[in-house]
Design a protein around this ligand. Structure first.
Ligand code: SAH
Length: 372
């Protein structure tokens, strides 16, 4: 991926081996290499992902000698918490330090029947979607698997006895532009030796990195959400610039292939409601043409403003009319209720603290290169 090329090498060269987020098979190899039994991997995974313990001193079923050796060779460090906020509606947000003056955000959204954790996959984002606070910050680097899964371990520990039942990759960043580090995390979220969530409770949301959608279908077929936001290429080119690289027809084709790998499950299409931009009944009808008779659900997201944004949220009447048009045509559509907006934890408000010194964005680079 082009975004991988931008990864800062410092993040890839820890002084100690990171065991958090390491694929189960590699953890087994690690223990074999230091002359230990393979089942040590299971023991460590149980401590980390089922009891959320990250201090070797507490891992009482490992010998003192092994614990000392592990502490010397490896790290289980979680990103330090800079700030922890509670919304009036129960939503919580953590601001986490990922070094070099960069910070990312993680959000927990409690609902009567579930607890959803929304995690970040990159510090910033290169895709530059016109209405997104993260994109506005620019892109700094890919998070490591330890930093991505660390968000889940940290939140699970702080939330106990409340449980995280769902994990969505809808925080900062484009998860499929950090495929290499996101994939092991997705596997560990599903693995019964680790978090043991079902496939339908782990959702990867993408702006449309088509080759990686197809790859994910065979590597780890979790629930897929796609940020569509416009029914035509002309408009989507402006709102979601990666559309210039992978236009709607190509994107939807990949989505239907992805859905074939899932028994009776559909793709969720996110559609942010922008006043006077993408919210007319005529546009709803265009959307119907794209998605009718397909394994699709549509989630209408009222636009959440952030200080620099140039858009406004559609009126309630416009959102209702759009929704009704989709429903009348037989599509499954829901309207997302904004959560945590009083602590800027709602969709698209996650800005963290990203210093994009290079101002290099995937959209500009790829599009710039192809038009030169
Ligand atoms: N990069 C991924 C995941 C991160 S964003 C993706 O694009 O899907 C999660 C969702 O929030 C996406 O659908 C995104 O388009 C949407 N979003 C971004 N900014 C928003 C805003 N200001 N208001 C409402 N939704 C927003």
């Amino acid at each position: 991926m082009p975004a991988n090329a931008l990864t800062l090498s410092a993040a890839d060269k820890p002084s100690k081996l990171r065991l958090l987020g390491m694929p189960a098979g590699e953890l087994v190899e690690f223990f074999e290499n230091i002359g230990e039994k393979p089942y040590r991997a299971k023991q460590i995974m149980r401590w980390l992902y089922q009891r959320y313990v990250t201090d070797y001193a507490e891992m009482t079923d490992l010998s003192a000698a092994l614990r000392k050796q592990l502490a010397e060779m490896t790290t289980l460090a979680l990103p330090p918490v800079l700030k922890h906020e509670h919304s009036d509606d129960g939503t919580r947000k953590w601001l986490l330090d990922v070094g070099a003056n960069q910070a990312i955000e993680t959000v927990y959204i409690p609902e009567p029947d579930r607890g959803t954790l929304c995690i970040s996959s990159q510090a910033g984002c290169a895709l530059d979607c016109a209405f997104c606070a993260t994109g506005y910050q620019g892109f700094n680097r890919n998070l490591t698997s330890a930093e991505i899964l660390g968000q889940v371990v940290l939140a699970a520990r702080e939330l106990a006895p409340a449980r995280i039942t769902n994990v969505v990759f809808m925080g900062m960043g484009e998860p499929l532009a950090n495929y290499r580090n996101v994939l092991p995390v997705a596997h560990l979220l599903l693995d019964d030796q680790a978090f043991g969530l079902s496939r339908r409770r782990v959702t990867i949301s993408t702006a449309g990195v088509v080759p990686q959608i197809l790859k994910l279908a065979s590597d780890c077929n979790v629930a897929l959400a796609v940020s569509l936001h416009a029914p035509t290429d002309d408009l989507r080119d402006k709102l979601v610039p990666i559309n210039k690289v992978h236009p709607i027809a190509e994107l939807l084709d990949a989505c239907w292939k992805y859905a074939e790998g899932q028994a009776s499950r559909s793709i969720t299409f996110e559609y942010v409601m922008l006043d006077g931009v993408n919210d007319s009944v005529a546009q709803a009808r265009q959307l119907v043409k794209l998605l009718r008779n397909r394994p699709a659900k549509i989630n209408l997201i009222p636009f959440n403003a952030f200080p620099e944004s140039e858009f406004r949220c559609s009126s309630k009447a416009a959102i209702d009319a759009f929704w009704q048009t989709l429903r009348n045509a037989g599509l499954i559509a829901t309207i997302r209720r904004p959560r945590g907006d009083d602590i800027a934890a709602a969709c698209g408000q996650l800005a963290g603290r990203v210093r994009d010194r290079q101002r290099v964005r995937l959209g500009d680079r790829v599009i710039g290169a192809s038009s030169s």
